[in-house]
Design a protein around this ligand. Structure first.
Ligand code: GDP
Ligand code: MG
Length: 442
């Protein structure tokens, strides 16, 4: 039903061009979504400002509501800021082999497991990776990498405890040549907090080895903290990219946007679980919709554009603006929705709709054969009854039930739903109540 609202109320305020009010209202929601996704406050503000410049005065397209349209501009811009189809998002292994990938980051961020996932990934692509245990501060760290190496049958280079991490890395390159490995992955030591000794160590390794890639491994769950960490590491060793870990949790990944905006460092991979194949290349478009919590709003918008009959929508809109809504409109709204595919699926694509879906009335309205009853019942009414549902008394209800092959129970139910919908619609057209608020968002 609320999906209906969205379709029918589209364009209530948008005429011709997007107005500043339309844009501001939609962008307020976007800013909240960004901040909820852990995007840094300043970044969110700047981002929204950029979108605003683009959106105000843009031509209103087809059947999109102003809010939908702003959202699609937001989405495009977000993808752009996240690097779009930029090659910077890809791993660079174009140097003379062995290409060295150095992983840096705080303790617990996921460096060691990511080293193994990356080795697994690269081997599937046809490379011959070598992993290097350069974390000499925790004896368990070397063991951990060796275990993962054995599991994947990827060679691991290590030296006895007490060895100098810089030497280990340098020696590992020679070893890689011997073993004909063409990619070397350095798993360096992390600390709980950034400290000078750790930084000095990785700066020294970087200068000595000159890795092709220096990737920050950052825990997406740490949200805004990750931005500060990225800035510090970037200043010290100038990162070539980052890998965002633990994206299988409920982190929305706003850190990626903040880090990319603040430091310009591209995200190259994300990890999405503890299994060795839980590493994916970075797709800006996917992260963009995740950050916005939009579900799949854009494909919904496309679908709506294809199916909603423009003329019908205009008629409905004209009526709504006068606060009029009768059973004929109700039927045509239901039919429009039907054409958009299974209702539940459509609803689920909308952000924030899941809560509404849990309402008992929604459940009822979405039951499979609902539309068949709706059609049969409404078509069994006289024209007067459809235009003027309030005249449908007890004896009329019995007649309609007989005529439609349903029961009085079903007729009552439909009239009740209709009445509820009409209340919502009146609220919306008068600009009051929770439904009006929702319609303004979409
Ligand atoms: P390091 O200290 O930076 O080397 O971090 P580790 O690689 O040892 O990982 C720390 C913890 O995070 C381990 O328990 C990992 O299994 C876990 N971890 C790493 N990446 C992911 C991920 O993508 N998803 C989940 N759920 N856990 C992860
Ligand atoms: Mg480790």
């Amino acid at each position: 039903l609320s999906k209906r609202l969205e379709g029918i109320f589209s364009n209530l305020s948008g005429q011709g061009k997007l107005t500043e009010d339309d844009v501001n209202a939609a962008l307020r929601e976007v800013r909240i979504a960004l901040i909820e996704a852990d995007v840094n406050l300043k970044v969110a503000r700047q981002f929204v400002e950029r979108v605003k410049q683009k959106a105000i005065g843009a031509d209103v397209m087809g059947s999109l509501s102003p809010a939908q349209q702003v959202l699609s501009i937001v989405n495009e811009e977000l993808i752009e800021v996240l690097g779009g189809t930029d090659d910077k998002n890809k791993l660079d292994l174009s140097g003379a082999p062995p290409n060295v990938i150095m992983l840096v980051g705080l303790q617990g961020a996921g460096k060691t497991t990511t080293a193994a996932k990356l080795a697994n990934y690269l081997r599937k692509q046809g490379s011959r990776p070598l992993m290097v245990a350069a974390d000499m501060y925790r004896p368990a760290a070397v063991k951990q990498l060796q275990t993962l190496g054995k599991q994947l049958t990827v060679p691991v280079y290590s030296e006895p405890m007490g060895a100098n991490p810089v030497d280990i890395c340098a020696n590992s390159i020679a070893y890689a040549r011997e073993q004909a490995c063409n990619v070397v992955i350095l798993d360096t030591a992390g600390r709980l907090n950034i400290d000078e000794r750790m930084m000095n160590e990785i700066i020294t390794i970087r200068n000595r080895i000159q890795p092709r890639e220096v990737l920050l491994v950052a825990d997406a769950m740490t949200g805004q903290e990750a931005v500060r960490v990225a800035q510090d590491f970037n200043q010290a060793v100038s990162l070539t990219g980052m890998i965002l870990t633990k994206m299988d949790g409920d982190a929305r990944g706003g850190a990626a946007l903040s880090i990319r905006s603040v430091t310009g460092v591209p995200v190259k991979f994300m990890t999405v679980g503890e299994k060795m194949d839980a590493l994916e290349p970075f797709y800006p478009d996917r992260l963009a919709s995740r950050i916005l919590g939009m579900g799949d709003v854009l494909s919904l918008i496309e679908r709506a554009q294809e199916t909603i009959d423009q003329e019908e929508a205009m008629k409905a809109q004209a009526k709504l603006q006068q606060g009029k809504f009768d059973l004929e409109d109700f039927l045509s709204a239901m039919r429009q929705l039907k054409r958009m595919g299974p209702l539940r699926q459509v609803m689920e694509m909308l952000p924030g709709m899941n809560k509404l879906m849990d309402m008992p009335e929604m459940e009822e309205a979405l039951e499979g054969d609902q539309l068949k009853y709706v059609e049969a019942i409404i078509l069994s009414m006289t024209r007067d009854e459809r235009r003027n549902p309030d005249i449908i008394n007890g004896s009329r209800r019995r007649r309609i039930a007989r005529g439609s092959g349903t029961g009085v129970e079903e007729v009552n139910q439909l009239l009740k739903q209709f009445a509820e919908m009409r209340t919502m619609i009146r609220q919306v057209s008068s600009g009051k109540g929770p439904w009006a608020q929702m319609a303004r968002q979409f």
